[in-house]
Design a protein around this ligand. Sequence first.
Ligand code: ADP
Length: 615
Amino acid sequence: MTHYHGNNSFRSEFSDGEILYKASEIASPQRQVCDRATQDDRLLEASPHIVWKANASGWATYLGQRWEEYTGIPVAAALGFGYLARVHPEDRPRLLGRSRTSASSPQSYEIKFRLLAREGAYRWNVARGTPANADSQEVLEWVGTYTDMDAIEQTQDSPAAEAEMLRRQGRPEVNFTAENLGKIDAASDLQAIERFTNLLSQGAGNLCELLQAIADATVEAIAGAEFCLVALPDYDSSGLKLIAVGGASNFEKGKTLHVQDKLLLKAFATGESQLWRSQSGSGVPAAACAAAIESGDTGRLGVLAIGNVQDSTAIDGGSVQLLAVMGRQAAIAINRARAIEKLNKQEQLLDLQNELLIRQQEELENQGRRIQQQKLQLLEAAKLKSQFLATMSHELRTPMNAIIGFSQLLLRQHKPLLSAQQTDMVGRILNNGKNLLVLINDILDLSKIESGRTELETEEFDLTELVMDAALEFPNQAAEKNVAMSVSACLQDRFIVNDKLRLRQVLVNLISNAVKFTHQGSICIELGELEGDRLSIAVRDTGIGISETDRPHIFDKFHQADQSTTRPYPGTGLGLAITAYLVEMMDGTIAVESQLEKGSRFAIEIPRKVNPKKP
Ligand code: ADP
């Protein structure tokens, strides 16, 4: 025996077939609803179905309260053929004809027609009819519903929109299907179901509230029911769990209610409604009935049970049928509430994700702004650095010129006055001074190019001549190393337009490197014409080559392959960086192919005519 402690959802253990309930422990939120009459009025307004009964010739014998709400015509005036006055004239023969022709074959039917609503406009409705006497050969009576289709059709394509619509309307989908209503024939029962579904409407907001509404509405709708229990399978499916109890106000405080052993489990296991009566009065209700909460669409979701403590006749066959229909209605409502809850959760998740995305977006924008700011600062810093270098180089060049000039003068004019050691020392001063001047010139050059202060001054000249002239700067160094040097030109037109001095600087850089890094073999300078009026100039050597790791960096400033202290090659590491900048200014490209110990090939491609412009 388990006691259930009152809380809003009545979640508690439901261990076996014995369900107990202490009225005093329940504090149902549904008990606090407002005045009954006001509530019913509101619910009737919300219900989208009109329940009706008619004989085989279409003579209406019953119309639910919703008729008057929907059409504005009193039910009494619409009975018989009175209701036809509200049906669109074009649809009347079809509606009547359907009820008459289908009478010979007892099958349910569905037909669309227009019904004049109280606001004065025709609205599309669907009439569903099912034989009240399903066992006979001929239909003697129809029972069915009229359902406003306009809203439903609008949402047909989108289940989410439909769920949203239902949520806005604050009601579960009430399903007076022919199947559900087929076995109900008493007008009072129809009213009870209508009342039940209307009561369900108030609990559609969330699942817990809906389950409580189902429990309360069942007690309200079935005359002999004093209390109602709603049980759903436990999470681990090990049994049923009591979720909601209705009818708490019918009992004294502290009174414990029983539903007899295994009644709910049986109804849940078989899907068949169970009726139980007892005269014993030994603590269990005198009459109890359990029906599955189940529909074709939803499957079996749980069990609905009602009981009467004193009166064993209070629950009869009619109550069983009613409870079964309510079980089906409840299943649809629960399913719908679950769908809405799921949708809500998904929406919340989406909201969260959106918020996260917005934050990420903001963060990205902030980062973008920071990067932009840093870029501007870097550009400014680079400009300042270039300016500084330019100034410094200029300032350094003046004393360097004096050092070089005077040491040259000493060596040339006063050599006889100097001892051998002094001559050697002055020679060193001169060499180092020259090297330093090269470095200063390179730095000055680079800073001028980088700060955008270098412009090409173009003119037309003979390319072969320029190349020969540049190569002729190195024949002695090459000859000293026994390295052959050659120029091969394959040009139909030898004239080009370019900055002669700058192109010469490029060639001298490449040839001087080739000479510097080659100790045997040859150096070859090759000129050729390419497609699109472009030219290629390649300097190929059989020198030490460049490793694969160094190759991508040799055009970087100050980068030199083999950084060891014993590196035998002088240089600044700026020659190729300046060369690459200049080639780029000429709208050209530079590439290197090399293999260690085998040699290198530096190739530039430039247009025949270069436009003078800044880098
Ligand atoms: P450096 O003044 O050191 O020659 P460069 O910018 O002209 O500076 O060259 C960068 C580096 O590229 C050189 O130090 C050298 O390691 C490598 N390099 C350039 N040309 C050749 C070549 N023809 N053969 C081998 N290595 C070369």
